[in-house]
Design a protein around this ligand. Sequence first.
Ligand code: KIV
Length: 272
Amino acid sequence: MSTYIEDTRKVTTRRLVEMKSRGEKISMLTAYDYTMAKIVDGAGMDVILVGDSASNVMAGNVTTLPMTLDQMIYHAQSVVRGVKRALVVVDMPFGTYQGNSKEALSNAIRIMKETGADCLKLEGGSEIRESIERILTAGIPVMGHLGLTPQSINKFGTYTVRAKDEAEAAKLREDAKLLEEIGCCSMVLEKIPASLATEVSQSLSIPTIGIGAGSGCDGQVLVVHDMLGMNQGFSPRFLRRYADLHHIMTEAIHDYVVDVKAGDFPNANEQY
Ligand code: KIV
């Protein structure tokens, strides 16, 4: 394994902007628990996202909508305990910031106070402007999220690529500018055409982090269970698998079952 992380200072939102301005790509991956966060951080990740995708990969739900504020706080507390260097970003779950900006602020403050995270991520553009602005007034950094926004799956009805038509692409361009103007520190662009993501990334001074949005973004994010190959049933085109942990883990666990059944485990050296 190569050692490529020379800068061991804690990553800040300000440093993400500096990385963009000097053309250094930003690496981001999800984590939801202490042990995984420690591994991801130790491997040199710039940003760790406590995503509400925990709803899918940790809890087995079909969508991210069931995730509660208390559940996100529990996951974020576990992750923060395992991280020394990466910037920790926490998703505000569905229903905690849409509609009422005062509630959005008190929910945001609860996450920051109870977890020690560095930044929050909210899905949407102009519709949630008031909530983002209010959260920013408390000095809480906000990462935006445009394109495919999984909390709106019931409106979209599908997880296919967004902003393919000109009207939706124009709205995304406007929302991206708005998020920058009101003070977001960065934004995720999910599942949009690569040409649009490149254009938006080049038009902004804050970094974009893509997932299924091509190489023109300033950084990339994946769900850790997907890129490690733990999750066999999910294989969209944008996903690169860096390991086949499903196979490795299944074999290891099966070997243990065989050893226990055969009376081979524990052996003389594995007992007191
Ligand atoms: O919840 C999540 O994991 C996310 C990423 C897919 C960006 O929002």
